[in-house]
Design a protein around this ligand. Sequence first.
Ligand SMILES: Nc1ncnc2c1ncn2[C@@H]1O[C@H](COP(=O)(O)OP(=O)(O)OP(=O)(O)O)[C@@H](O)[C@H]1O
Ligand SMILES: [Mg+2]
Length: 269
Amino acid sequence: MVGLALARAGAEPHVTARSGARIVARGVSHCFPLKTGTLPVLERIDLTVEPGEFVALLGPSGCGKSTLLRLIAGLERADVGQLTHDDLPIVRPEPSRIVVFQDPTLFPWRTVWENASLGLQARGVLRSQRHRVDEALALVGLGEFATALPHQLSGGMAQRVALARALVNDPALLLMDEPLGKLDSLTRLAMQSELVGLWRRTGFSALLVTHDIEEAFFMAQRVIVLSNRPARIVTELRNDLPYPRHRGDPALNSLRHRTLQALGLDGTW
Ligand SMILES: Nc1ncnc2c1ncn2[C@@H]1O[C@H](COP(=O)(O)OP(=O)(O)OP(=O)(O)O)[C@@H](O)[C@H]1O
Ligand SMILES: [Mg+2]
């Protein structure tokens, strides 16, 4: 548990790297039961997230992205296929795999600090690990707001509390389901950079669900493009641009074009 060991000195919180999770999905298919039959949502998905890698899942609305994330989190079991975390089958949710959703869902009566401490409290380790809450809040730049209540925060700050709440668990895999989807466009751009910074300062593996092509390529090292439901992998594109990245980089434009081509949407580009 070294992921949040912050250096006490210096303005920038420094975090020692821990090894991120290796996640493998093999031949994963999933259906949901409907009154009239079954709804196939995922079709033979094969994917790997290497330790410490940042991967984005990009696909049209309703194609099955959140479902795949839930299976990887262990919130649901796949109908067909195998999912493993460091070679062990994923059978239930674990604090080492944390999901951050679009909505920060903070308890309005709890302070920022108390909201961020929820995971430790639930595991009964808060008393011995209170420092981790301070460290996680410092990591997301909210050290000064520990005693604030959620209604006193902006949307971006609330989402940073949700991130701190995830990071106190020292996740080996951070699963993000459109975590910036409800933010205004300027805050969203700032948070994209912040999230990448967080990931670079820690060692977790990251899997980001988004339907924003720019966001996917700005942040991730590899983008997996999914088809309409039932989701299949249409293509996978690597982005080896070094960080920090620049939004105007022609290479990003070219990756965007290739993705639209893969989705058959490049007609007007
Ligand atoms: N628990 C469930 N029971 C039945 N159908 C479900 C359930 N969860 C999801 N679905 C259906 O599965 C399909 C895929 O849903 P999912 O939430 O995975 O899509 P998504 O790609 O995340 O979409 P969005 O981009 O809009 O968030 C949808 O048609 C949805 O209605
Ligand atoms: Mg979704």
